[in-house]
Design a protein around this ligand. Structure first.
Ligand SMILES: [Zn+2]
Length: 295
């Protein structure tokens, strides 16, 4: 029997991940490639990857984008680490595929997947922090993604230090400048530890009583807890999810160091369970739901 599927694209600053997703959110085929530098090369790579997966069973395309997007006309507004600012990506993809195409932030796509199949199944009030090179965010309320006027959920820009480092957004001391992977690398570089040390190794050292490892972990994770408390103060979510490349280890560090915020703010914390696949699964499932194909 012919099955309707979608192409899910998760465009990152380093890799483009692309998958054929069926209506159960299963990955039928997966492919990933490095993202080149330069606008035309980046567009050519997106085109080539999508063309490889086109077939008569593919009915829609979903794209998770690592920057702010204007969903009304499918345009990238800010492009983070990519060179795609102001590109009408939805039109670009529809010209290639002639298929309905949907764009959203990578964090919204990941949260959508976690709510359908992952750590947030059954939860209705959820915030997601994706911790990688930067920190992204997404919010669901009443079981649906929450957009505000358009761009809600920029949780990496919650301020935790008014005198901190300058952030991409132009302010100082956003949690992204304190608790991202980039911030962790900076903390390691200014310590006596190896700059390539992984969080898992820091946790082992911390267990052995290493004070430097403990202070690096503490400086890295405490601002994150502070931002989570601010999210709780504003949204009162039942659940805060930690995802992205460092979400799982950030969750472990929070547990291990028993970093507590104020008892005022109560919420459950979980690590995302779909890992790197959340972006392509969410993109594919969202595209299928937009054309009325739900499992
Ligand atoms: Zn910022």
């Amino acid at each position: 029997m012919m099955e309707n599927k979608a192409i899910g694209v998760d465009l990152g600053g380093t890799n483009i991940r692309i998958a054929e997703i069926n209506s159960y959110g299963e990955i039928v085929y997966f492919y990933s490639e490095k993202v080149p530098a330069g606008r035309q090369a980046q567009l050519d790579t997106i085109k080539k990857c999508i063309e490889q997966l086109l077939s008569s069973e593919i009915k829609a395309v979903g794209l998770g984008f690592p920057g702010r997007v204007r969903r009304a006309d499918g345009t990238a507004v800010t492009a983070g680490y990519l060179d795609l600012k102001d590109i009408p990506l939805v039109s670009f993809i529809m010209e290639i595929t002639q298929l309905p195409t949907y764009i959203d932030t990578d964090a919204n796509m990941a949260l959508y997947a976690e709510m359908q199949l992952g750590s947030a199944v059954g939860a209705r009030e959820v915030a997601l922090l994706t911790i990688g090179t930067g920190i992204g965010g997404a919010i669901a309320s009443g079981g649906k993604l929450f957009y505000g006027s358009n761009y809600a959920g920029q949780l990496g820009h919650i301020n935790v230090d008014k005198d901190g480092e300058t952030c991409n957004c132009g302010r100082k001391g956003c949690v992204e400048t304190k608790s991202s992977g980039t911030a962790l690398n900076r903390l390691l570089a200014s310590s006596s530890l190896s700059p390539d040390m992984r969080v898992e190794e820091l946790l082992v050292l911390d267990s052995q009583g290493d004070k430097t490892a403990h202070s690096v972990l503490s400086e890295w994770i405490t601002p994150l807890r502070s931002a989570m408390d601010t999210i709780a103060a504003v949204l009162n979510p039942e659940l805060i999810l930690l995802g992205g490349g460092l979400g799982g280890v950030a969750f472990q560090v929070l547990q291990k160091l028993s970093v507590r915020g104020s008892a005022w703010f109560e919420y459950e914390v979980r690590a995302c369970s779909l890992g790197d696949s959340a972006g392509v699964i969410g993109s594919g499932l969202m595209a299928l739901s937009m054309i009325g194909e739900n499992a």
